[in-house]
Design a protein around this ligand. Sequence first.
Ligand code: SAH
Ligand code: SF4
Length: 335
Amino acid sequence: MQLGEPPFRGDQLSRHYFARLTDEPDQMTDLPAASRASLAAALLPRLLTSERELSCDQGMTRKTLWRTFDRARVESVLMRYPDRATMCVSSQAGCGMGCPFCATGQAGLTRNLSAGEIVEQVVAGARVLAAGGAGGSPCRLSNVVFMGMGEPLANYRSVLSAVRRITDPLPHGLGLSQRHVTVSTVGLVPAMHRLTAEGLAVTLAVSLHAPDDELRDQLVPVNRRWPVAEVLDAAWGYASVTGRRVSIEYALIRDINDQPWRADALGVLLSGRLVHVNLIPLNPTPGSKWTASAPGAMDAFVGRLESHGVPVTVRDTRGSEIDGACGQLAASAAG
Ligand code: SAH
Ligand code: SF4
């Protein structure tokens, strides 16, 4: 290092950041007092500044709107459950994929986040939990999902190095289980193949939203490049190489993709595969004509999938009253 300090200082700083969850020089009492501040500034620069915090569910759900050093906005959501605590992180400021039902997609891509900016969201969540700040006694962060702003596989290098930091053992990483990290993708097939070859045990989630290309071309424009069949082939490749159950995300949009025949078509595509379907009632974005499916339609959709032997759950809509869904807080702050 260029700071005229011995090499083990880097290790000491790692330990402060990942094991003690601090980047405050005052608390680094094992470092020489004279160089604490300069070491922390050089090795642990403040990457994100919290601009707004919102919470609901008696504090068990907590959303943060962050500003990067160059004033880009990103957001993360911490969700505490009886048996686990999940941090939902952003991988990009904005997103270039343009899905019309998604608030982030409306705003376009500002830039990729660095691995450090992604990891900092996770560490911030772990810090809140360790301080007992998410409704209850102190606890550990157990899960990370890449379901905030951005398409993680469009920022491949940073996301992969963030995944390694999050899952490497202490003190060089946060020590989370790879199985408890979920990378959600819109279906960038070449990057899915690349991820398959990494030898990681992370959970892959694929945002399908329609079983047929005609509708998926509209809901997920990148489908025109990599259609349903290719996306699912890549997903099955991931499942067979890693042995990990793939999660299929399907936002239920009233009268758009929630018809019984589409549930059957989806059931036929997924039947017999190592898969689990997550149905998400659409969280309507401001000004959109689309809304969530009626409860009856949701139940019917679940029933049809189950009749094909496909495991399915309806995702809880935690945090929807604080614009918890993808990109909505940043969008409302910008507007
Ligand atoms: N870009 C990635 C990951 C971030 S989005 C992806 O699309 O998979 C995380 C999930 O939230 C995706 O499944 C996405 O389709 C879903 N989503 C986005 N906007 C939504 C909305 N308004 N209501 C419900 N789900 C939404
Ligand atoms: Fe991007 Fe995902 Fe939103 Fe589509 S749903 S615009 S891929 S963040």
